[in-house]
Every structure is written in C-alpha cells, then in structure tokens.
Design a protein around this ligand. Structure first.
Ligand code: SF4
Length: 345
C-alpha cells in the first residue's frame, strides 16, 4: 500500500497512470486531501465508485491513530500518535492570534540524548517517513475550524531532523507545495543540534525555510554535557556551516537556547552566546525550560531570564523570548510518549 501523503503531485500522477487512470485524477484527489481535508477515498464523490474502490486497494491516506490528546487552557494541543508498528510520536498544535503552528516529530525517539530532554531517554527507535511527517500536520489541521489552516510548521519535536534528511526534505517540499498545504517556506522551520555536513547540504536545496540550530551553551565544554553529539561537531565547525548556509541562502539562522537555572544562564554565558551570534548572521530564541522530572534540570527564574535577555540585547543581539506554551500538559518534547509508555509497561 502506498501512502499518498508521502507522494509529490507528479509521483501520484505517475502512479495513477500505471493503473490506467488519467493524470487529472491526481489533482482531484489532492484537492480532496489538502483543500477539503478528506482522508477517506469513499467520500471523494467526484471519483467513480470503481476508482474509489481501486484507490482503497492500492493506496492509504495515513496510518496513525490518535492514542491520546491533551489540551491546555491556552489551547495548545498535544497529540500522541500510534503507528502500525506500535511506535509512538508526539505532535503539538500551537494556535495563536495570527497563526497556527504545528510542531512535528521527525523520528521515533532520538539518538542525540540531550541531558534535559525526555525524547532521547530511551534512544532512537526509527526514523519517520515523509508521509508520516506530513500526516502529523494533517492530524493537527483536522483539529482546527474549517475557516482556519495550519500556517507554520516547525520540525522541532522528537528526533534530529538532519539525521532523517531525505524524509524531512521531502515532507517539507510537500507541505510547501501549492497543490498541497501551500505553507510558505519562510513559515517552515527545521531545528537541528547542528550537523555541519547536513547544514551545508541543506543550503543547496533552494528552500527558503528557516534553519534553527539548538545551541544551549556558548562553549564546547558545557555543550558536550548538554548535547552529547557535540563531541562529534564542535562550535567552530557548526558556525562555519552556518556561515556557509547564510552565504548560499541569505537566510539568517536562528540559535535556539534553552535556559536551565544554574547551568547555562550566567552573565558570562550570555557574553559567550552574544559573541557567537554576532560572529555570524544569527538571531537568538530564548526558551525557558519545560521541566522533565527524570533530568533534574530546573527552568530559569523570571529574573534570570530577563537579565540574560537584556545582556544579549545590550550587546546588540537580535533576541526573542519564546512564549512557553502548554505548561499544564506534558508539553516538553517526549514527555507524553514517555508517560504513555511507562503506563503500558
Ligand atoms: S532535544 Fe532534540 S535533539 Fe536533543 S534529545 Fe531531545 S529530540 Fe533529540
């Protein structure tokens, strides 16, 4: 069975023509899926009954079931999806006044194993296919009223996107396409811990997406304790790749920095981060930590957050403090999945 959510328009046309159907059928099917949000061939009323039956025999329109949904008073909604192999992943819908953002996972678990993150605690199970990444956006969009659509996608959930490069790039191309969800490339963010070789490769994709690099420390010594893969990729190597990315795309890179009280948010830490941000074309997103019990880390106090932000600003860094959403649910990456897994063990 082929999952249509992972196919480009041309691939669907080719696949249909192999089964003897004219190519315009592909556009009809894609309109049902992406414009009318119909994920059941039986409801595609302008297709013949024979074609609908044939599609049902050869294609699928998604394969996950929503195992759990958690809604926060601020309307942040977290979905726990179960895939046919029983793998569990998380997707988060973050509605805001002017945008609806979906945070998707790119892998089941994560091999990086950041010290503060629930997703990496049990290692990597497998990577998600492009279809499974697109499907997460569709599941989240189904929650929205028909008058609203998903406007932004961040590949920032469970997993290291650049370790699942081909599937992530294909999924991004699909959700960006006019015949699909038509989400502007500038509204799509791919967040990585920084794999220099893959950042350079991404620079050549001719996608105007936003690249975010999760830094969390201003020097290699501390970063190695927080992000274990820093052993393989040093900050000078990562920033050389960031410079290359800017040179090729003219897109400023966002540095993500999670604030952990007593660990990485002293004035000296701010100064190191400022030097890195100013040495390249980068802006900084500060995110206060959403605690994960097993890790022992604490969020920074309000006072620490503001002092850190002001110190960066006073050094001329373009810095944003990201709103912490969904605090009343297990919104930190990997928490809902982990809680569900331990409940079923
Ligand atoms: S923070 Fe991201 S890269 Fe690090 S373990 Fe969690 S999911 Fe993996």
């Amino acid at each position: 069975m082929i999952n249509i959510l992972g196919l480009t328009r041309q691939q669907l046309k080719d696949s249909l023509s192999e089964h003897g159907h004219p190519s315009y059928r592909a556009d009809q099917i894609l309109e049902w899926i992406y414009q009318r949000r119909v994920l059941d061939f039986a409801e595609m009323s302008n297709l013949s009954k024979t074609l609908r039956a044939e599609l049902g025999e050869n294609f699928t329109l998604g394969s996950s079931v929503v195992q759990d949904v958690q809604r926060c008073p601020d309307e942040t909604t977290k979905f726990l999806l179960r895939w046919p192999d029983n793998a569990l992943t998380e997707t988060v819908l973050i509605p805001d006044v002017s945008r609806n953002t979906v945070c998707v996972s790119s892998q089941v678990g994560c091999a990086v194993g950041c010290a503060f993150c629930a997703s990496g605690l049990d290692g990597l199970k497998r990577s998600l296919s492009a279809a499974e990444i697109v499907e997460q956006v569709m599941r989240a969009q189904a929650e929205l009223p028909e008058t609203q659509r998903v406007s932004n996608v961040v590949v920032m959930g469970m997993g290291e996107p650049l370790a699942n490069y081909d599937s992530v790039i294909r999924a991004v191309s699909i959700i960006n396409a006019e015949w699909s969800l038509n989400i502007g490339a500038r509204h799509i963010t791919v967040s990585t811990i920084g794999i220099p070789k893959m950042i350079r490769k991404l620079a050549h994709e001719k996608l105007q997406i936003t690249l975010a690099v999760s830094l969390h420390a201003g020097d290699d010594q501390l970063r190695k304790k927080l992000v274990p893969w820093s052993d393989k990729f040093t900050l000078p190597q990562i920033f050389a790749a960031i410079d290359y990315y800017y040179e090729k795309t003219h897109r400023e890179v966002t540095l993500e920095y999670i604030l952990l009280e007593g660990v990485n948010c002293s004035p000296a830490d701010a100064d190191k981060l400022a030097r890195l941000a100013q040495g390249s074309r980068c802006n900084v997103n500060l995110i206060n930590y959403n605690p994960v019990a097993e890790t022992g880390f604490e969020p920074a106090s309000r006072q620490t957050v503001l002092a850190f932000q002001q110190r960066l600003q006073s050094r001329g860094v373009n810095v944003h403090l990201r709103k912490s959403r969904g605090q009343q649910i297990d919104a930190a990456c990997g928490q809902l999945r982990r809680r569900s897994q331990s409940a079923t063990k």
